[in-house]
Design a protein around this ligand. Sequence first.
Ligand code: NI
Length: 411
Amino acid sequence: MDKRLNEEKVFKDPVHKYIYVQDQVIWDLINSREFQRLRRIRQLGTSFLTFHGAEHSRFSHSLGVYEITRKIISQFERNRYEDWPSGERLLCLCAALLHDVGHGPFSHSIERAFDMDHEQWSCRIVLGDTRINEVLRGVAPDFPDKVAQVIDKTYANEIVVSLISSQLDADRMDYLLRDAYFTGVNYGMFDLERILRVLRPSKGHIVVKESGMHAVEDYLMSRYQMYWQVYFHPVTRSAEILLFNIFRRARELYENGYAFGFLIEPMRQLFKRELSVSDYLKLDEAFMQMLFMQWSDEPDPILSDLCSRFLNRRLFKYSPSEEADVLRLQALRKRLDELGLDPNYYLERNDPQGLPYDVYSPGQAEVKLPILLLDAKNQLSEISVKSEIIRSINGIHKGDRLVFFPEEALQ
Ligand code: NI
């Protein structure tokens, strides 16, 4: 049931100018409760504490990924590429739109504190008792399963999976441009139109025509810049540490039988790891902010202090930390003890490698598929073999180990 709307709908978008909706199914998915919830979840978690413009939502990013996918497919159809599986159009569009529907509030910290995974939640929402599932079943009884398979990358057709999830996919292209726009940095810009023109399906892969190599280099350079300037920003990392410690402290208190002054559903279920899909869908950032507000009056001094620091942006300070920094760490620990602050919650040393970003890795080790170039003789080669620029930024891990602590520890 591939029903088109009588009249196409548009969303005004600062990155893509307009987002075009032509299918009834896409329109119904956007209007579902579960998709509308993404308006209440920020795309960049705590980055708004560093870049005040970074208030954009997962809703706008999801529409953007859908739009890039739609443009790629329409280019394939216009050029009548034989390798394009045309029957998969609607599947690609639905998976693109829904790929992040399982993101929770401040996903990075909350997932780490409670061992959750947003991709699994996306699949549970697609397959569960939800409006999204009902809309997808309207297409065909096995359609929700197919969408879930594309999201968890087990769908058999690589072309379909790699549009949504590869090292040059609609997801990354949208978030780089969108995050650059809303943070106000210029590094994330690259020539999207050019890349879309040189993509094509070939021999079961999505590949890049060799003449488009420089546009892809530019895209990877912008990724490199965005990681170090935005995603790994020390202030954002500091806010993440605070947030993670709030969740960790609350979880430990719950597990030790602490009587919370304020605890409402579905937080209790989260502590018990018994969240149903409908509980999970109640979690959004408004809920979390309300919780932090209430918890800043909890009798537990650690939980209340961490929450009030987060709400009022009294973030931890940071300084570079070398491997051999034992003496300095000991001194900081001693100072925290004197101040009555538990180093277990008020001192952290980390580097950004645990974060879900990498610039580019040519192998298939990590599920992300490599970028392939197609030359005039119809031969495929992995892009870093041909591009010196990409070889040079490949696998660079600039040392950026920092130690984080409250400002008082310096006085
Ligand atoms: Ni995404």
